[in-house]
Design a protein. Sequence first.
Length: 200
Amino acid sequence: MSAWADGLESLALFMKTTSSGRADFTQVVTTPAREGQAARSKTSSGSFEFVRPNRFKFVYKKPFEQSLVADGQTLWLYDVDLNQVTARKQSQVLGSTPAALIAAAPDLRALQADFALAAAPDQEGLQWVLATPKAKDGQLQAIRVGFRVGEKTAELAALEILDSFGQRSRLSFSRFEVNPRLAADAFQFKPPKGADVIRP
């Protein structure tokens, strides 16, 4: 039995003890069944790194190469196949996103400004937190974060996202490293030569 009563305590512990992290991830996105069509799912995988607050990087390797990089000011999305970069101001897009929950917010209080947080029942050997965005105009309906809990640590294990269209995304993290030393330039992004850069 864990020393941490529930997922909320695990989230608080994770925020307090993990200022940077690195992991591999697998993402499964499931689109709900529509008239005459079965539910569909697609799987992608890659690596994830972050330094709190506000710097993180998702690098998708399969089936398509894509990078999502937050450098503290700008959120960059690079699609290798399209040779296209989309740049958005981080402050405008990050508040109530899954990334804010696990990597961007400096502490629990900052998270509670954007999310209603509640402990969810333990499942799959993990402790879970349910986060519901307070902003009602976004596309996110709810986020669940699962932690693998040790005696003094809470390790990020899973992230489930339900959007307002009924689409469900699950990221499962493996080989999670707590507080690795990441290079200072790990979160710098320069658009590749010849790429289209879109600033919506």
